[in-house]
Design a protein around this ligand. Structure first.
Ligand SMILES: Nc1ncnc2c1ncn2[C@@H]1O[C@H](COP(=O)(O)OP(=O)(O)OP(=O)(O)O)[C@@H](O)[C@H]1O
Ligand SMILES: [Mg+2]
Length: 230
């Protein structure tokens, strides 16, 4: 099995004013192609920060992030953006759809960046998968939170990522829609071997992934991927 994500001694410090805030430290784990993993922990424990570092959206203060054999922490922002566009899907906790683009156009962006053909048709198919084809010409502000979440999912799927990071993917959804989204995530994992990394407060969802990493106060307090010491 090949490693898709290798995290070594990761540390993140935020400087807010004159104070330094250590948000993550001593984070180590390796995920392999096709893995499913949940990151759980209390609010403020550093989950979103960790996901952003793993996906190359942000840079660590020290330590290394190796994604698909590419060391991200040495790369410029432009190079990291290229790597993200080739290999990474990301579903943000607050969706981060582009407000001036319609649902369809939002999903088309990653496809266009990759220079794909039949971009519009592919984007429509993705909207169909998340049950929102009929809302294709609506802008994000015209959609409910759960609908925006599903558009964000369709966008994350559009470049058939090697690894998909999802920050609370079912957090804003009713039970039925949440189950649909869950199904889509695990289908993508099964059908295309996409590695799934989820942040969730939903322990039932976490139990469905192969591995659970629990963080608290910025460090890993348990990891089902590491055999317990005897
Ligand atoms: N840009 C920033 N500058 C300063 N502090 C930050 C910044 N971003 C996050 N933090 C702090 O880092 C800590 C971890 O934040 P993070 O968003 O990673 O938590 P989380 O585990 O995702 O929480 P939640 O479950 O509420 O989403 C928090 O204390 C937060 O206030
Ligand atoms: Mg968060």
């Amino acid at each position: 099995m090949s490693a898709i994500l290798d995290i070594q001694n990761l540390k993140k410090i935020y400087n807010s004013g004159s104070r330094e805030l250590t948000v993550l430290q001593d984070i180590n784990f390796t995920l392999y192609t096709g893995d499913t993993c949940s990151i759980v922990g209390p609010s403020g424990s550093g989950k979103t920060t960790l996901l952003g570092l793993c996906a190359g959206l942000d840079r660590a203060s020290s330590g290394s992030v190796i994604l698909n054999n590419i060391r991200l922490d040495n790369l410029s922002e432009d190079k990291r953006a290229q790597v993200r566009n080739l290999y990474v899907g990301f579903i943000f906790q607050n969706f981060q759809l582009i407000p001036t683009l319609t649902a369809l156009e939002n999903v088309m962006v990653p496809l266009e960046l990759r220079g794909e053909r039949n971009v519009q048709r592919q984007a429509l198919e993705l909207l169909e998968r998340v049950g929102l084809a009929q809302r294709h010409d609506h802008y994000p502000t015209q959609l409910s939170g759960g609908e925006q979440q599903r558009i964000s999912l369709a966008r994350a799927f559009s470049n058939k990522p090697a690894i998909l990071f999802a920050d609370e993917p079912t957090g804003n959804l009713d039970e039925e829609t949440g189950e649909k989204v869950e199904q889509l995530l695990f289908d993508l994992n099964r059908e295309t071997g996409t590695t799934l990394v989820l942040v969730t407060h939903d322990l039932e969802l976490a139990e469905k992934t192969k591995r659970i990493i629990r963080i608290k106060g910025g460090t890993v307090v348990s990891d089902t991927g590491v055999p317990a010491e005897r």
